[in-house]
Design a binder for this molecule. Sequence first.
Ligand code: ACO
Ligand code: KIV
Length: 594
Amino acid sequence: MTTVNPAGNSVGHPTPITNATRSQKPSGMPVHKYGGYEAVDIPDRTWPDNRITVAPRWLSTDLRDGNQALIDPMSPARKREMFDLLVKMGYKEIEVGFPSSGETDFAFVRSIIEEGAIPEDVTISVLTQAREELIERTVESLVGARRATVHLYNATAPTFRRVVFRGSREEVKQIAVDGTRLVMEYAEKILGPETVFGYQYSPEIFTDTELDFALEVCEAVCDVWQPEEGREIILNLPATVERSTPSTHADRFEWMSRHLTRREFVCLSVHPHNDRGTAVAAAELAVMAGADRVEGCLFGQGERTGNVDLVTLGMNLFSQGVDPQIDFSQIDEIRRTSEYCNQMEIHPRHPYAGDLVYTAFSGSHQDAIKKGFDAMERDAAARGKTVDDIEWAVPYLPIDPKDVGRSYEAVIRVNSQSGKGGIAYVLKNDHKLDLPRRMQIEFSRIIQARTDAEGGEITPAQIWSTFQDEYLPSPEGAANRWGRVQIRSGQTTTDTDAKDTLTVEATVDGVDTVLSGTGNGPISAFFDALQAIGIDARLLDYTEHTMSEGASAQAASYIECAIDGKVLWGIGIDANTTRASLKAVVSAVNRAAR
Ligand SMILES: CC(=O)SCCNC(=O)CCNC(=O)[C@H](O)C(C)(C)COP(=O)(O)OP(=O)(O)OC[C@H]1O[C@@H](n2cnc3c(N)ncnc32)[C@H](O)[C@@H]1OP(=O)(O)O
Ligand SMILES: CC(C)C(=O)C(=O)O
């Protein structure tokens, strides 16, 4: 056989792809327009060995960075709903707006202060440019607040120095220094003793600013603020536009953390955006590299591709056994509120919150999930505990969906990619029927035929009605549409040599009749009785289980038989196990004749 390998040569045998044979043709994309990102000279970096064992401080900037990126910024009512949600979830630092931007933000800040909506342990913060009239207005918005932080920013990156401020390094540093001084002066003048006042500074686009200059500006700002015991300064180092790998970002954090002279009085804060799609990793690695605090938005709202997603970050900690200090137990409610406030939908694959993130359609995933749930139950029982008390270990499910308020219903959804495990899961979960393995295979072929013919998803209700129609036509079935044999009542007697005699009142082909037979037990006696109506049945396998607890508990019996040369399963459900097994025989017999 002749094949063409990836390099385009005809060869006698397929050639494996190696770096040597891989095509290196230019793509034609204008790569010359972009330069590589500068590495940090920190060969003794320590962050890769660090582990996150406690949650960082969180700041939600949904009402500021998130809001400023919306097509339709939040109305006062939507802002208030978001604020109340953030408080309820447990955020203790909330950036509530840019009060000097206009009346809407100013009035909102005033409203939450005047209406007493801010719990005592929550600090609000407000953002301002380093311009005197804006700083004054910003501080005015905070009058009467119990705990408030002014957050001042100016861009420090070279392009901004050249293009926006048209100034030297010294001049740009001076903007930060003067801004800090003005914030302190206006806070002193305008705010009363009831306000615990804090200060935050951000060298905007920290990630594009030369490290030595970012440090120089931060140090100059600290010289003005004079951080000390009980007087922290928050230095927030934003990846305003994400351009580096998370590892380089972490290097920059470790470098800054090592070089800041008053590090113990500095709260080092990270503010990643998601332009490369790696904001979550950037935040996590920055925390490993020394960041004390993370700024972001719920579900990654925010400028362009968004701020870092606070939900994913918090849930990532949770899934590692670290308390995020935030309550995500009603994730769908959080999601609905966020969608309402931002007027934007959350993607079905959004980590932890999307509609499909705890759902498996594919057979091998479903099989493993079902086995995982079964193993959890067995392990818990063996240790005398409940499933909720042992370590979560269900394949393909990073967390227990119940922990975020989801039910198990959507965990397994069935389509043409599904296998027996998923279908068995639906029957067990929704109907307490634990089908024997070979019966699972039999029933999954029936479902598979339907999904192949009709395409799309088959719902749990459709699976159940197919199951009823196939195995339970009467009387448990949805419709008494078919079934050659129906039993109405039966009696067994056991004689002295342990032979059972069974007498059954039945309807066969629409005619009422009495069937009678003997055997080693009721099932074999019933097989014997069926001979009278020309049915030759032989038992191959039998299992049963109870479906619930208590006096009125139902039992399910499963019977595999060879009937007139066909091997098939039947099921019977009844409070009495003998009746359940007779019904299972009827189920199989009727299927054979169908
Ligand atoms: C990365 C971030 O997310 S930063 C936050 C961005 N958010 C926002 O801007 C939302 C709210 N902002 C606004 O509503 C408006 O910008 C306002 C009302 C605050 C100010 O509006 P304007 O007075 O029209 O000024 P504008 O925002 O256009 O800023 C331009 C001027 O401010 C200067 N400037 C920009 N940022 C800063 C800063 N942080 N500190 C000092 N000056 C600054 C610019 O150099 C420019 O000066 P120039 O006119 O001398 O060239
Ligand atoms: C104001 C700063 C922190 C900001 O939002 C950014 O740089 O993205």
